[in-house]
Design a protein around this ligand. Structure first.
Ligand code: KG4
Ligand code: ZN
Length: 340
């Protein structure tokens, strides 16, 4: 069974083809980073318009790469939320109209479910059940995953998500957008110093997170001061230490709390090398197996959406046939059925 996946929830247009026997046979992503850079963040209207421009060329590219035709497609999955309403509507209308033209089922997919299941696309996939640490630009969540569609939220961020904190702190340090990778690069040139930042909610005894205070603490350090290059790098290092320490500690405790031995990391911040290093060290100490998606599948992509769609079709779900659709810019993952 061949499933086309469409991702357009934010600033990446992703199109991919997942075959249930051959695996991922086509995968293309266009990132809008260069376009939004000048504005210091994502401009929703520009994002929507760019998705419109990119979808058909990307589809043609993956079809050519996989050496298949649209008539070979058995189902289409698209991100129906959460994300930017206009951007989501582009992918939704594209997927629904193509599905109607081809006469194949069309499935709305939850973006975070895509991230959550993306490690299953790797060469060495995890087995259920596991604890998932979802760390993206919009979400920081710990979840107990019993199987496809069986997600129990253990805890989440009460304010800024980890990626959002990286992005906002990067801005405070005079770095461009998206800030996460640039802050990580600056941190690599820094190290421990007298400067210490808090470890928010490290000892809160639950699985909640809070990163907005950390960003304010960085603001206090940079406000009205001309930092040297070394001081900026040390501040970035300490910020990264604070975030990764809290994420590592809570993830390890969550795995133990659930009586499991597997941790799966997903979402853009999962690309952070320091986070991976800390999690690997901690996991080695506690006998936990950690799985990460391939680096290219950490950030937004169509492959994870195609994969989710394929799992839904395999489970016998068929999506609507009447072409009616909607998107959910806000959509809790545990509400798995779309109230359209
Ligand atoms: O999952 P994702 O691509 O999009 C959302 O669904 O939000 O995650 C994007 C987030 C951004 O906040 C970005 O700054 C962050 O992931 N990110 C990183 C790194 N690479 C991406 N944060 C820290 N270190 C990185 N290497
Ligand atoms: Zn994402």
């Amino acid at each position: 069974m061949l499933v086309l996946g469409i991702e357009s929830s934010c600033d990446e247009t992703g199109v991919a083809l997942y075959d249930t026997t051959r695996g991922l046979i086509g995968d293309a992503v266009h990132t809008q980073v260069a376009m939004h850079e000048a504005y210091g963040g994502v401009v929703p209207e520009l994002a929507s318009r760019d998705h419109i421009r990119r979808l058909i060329p990307l589809l043609e590219r993956v079809l050519a790469e996989a050496k298949v035709a649209t008539s070979d497609i058995d189902g289409i999955a698209y991100t129906a939320g959460p994300g930017l309403a206009g951007a989501l509507l582009v992918g939704a209308s594209f997927a629904e109209s193509l599905g109607m033209a081809l006469g194949v089922p069309v499935l709305p997919v939850h973006h975070l479910e895509g991230h959550l299941l993306s490690p299953l696309l790797s060469a060495n996939p995890p087995t259920f059940p596991f604890v998932a640490l979802l760390v993206s630009g919009g979400h920081t969540q710990l979840m107990r995953v019993a199987g496809v569609g069986a997600y129990e939220l253990l805890g989440e961020s009460v304010d800024d998500a980890a990626g959002e904190a990286f992005d906002k702190t990067a801005k405070l340090l005079g770095l461009g957008y998206p800030g996460g990778p640039q802050l990580a690069e600056l941190a690599a040139r820094g190290g421990p110093s007298a400067l210490k930042l808090p470890r928010p909610m490290l000892k809160s005894g639950d699985f909640q997170f809070s990163f907005s205070g950390l960003k304010t603490a960085v603001l206090m350090q940079v406000h009205g001061r001309a930092l040297t290059e070394r001081q900026r790098a040390d501040l970035a290092w300490e910020f990264q230490e604070a975030v990764t320490e809290v994420l590592t500690e809570k993830s390890a405790v969550a795995v133990r709390h659930c009586g499991l031995d597997t941790l799966v990391v997903a979402g853009g911040v999962g690309a952070n090398r320091r986070l991976r290093q800390r999690l690997d060290e901690r996991a080695a100490m506690e006998g936990i197996r950690v799985h990460y998606p391939e680096l290219a599948l950490c950030t937004d992509n169509g492959a994870m959406i195609a994969y989710c769609g394929a799992q839904r079709l395999l489970a016998g779900q068929h999506g609507g046939k009447d072409g009616a659709f909607n998107v959910r810019p806000r959509w809790p993952l545990n509400e798995s059925i779309l109230p359209f």
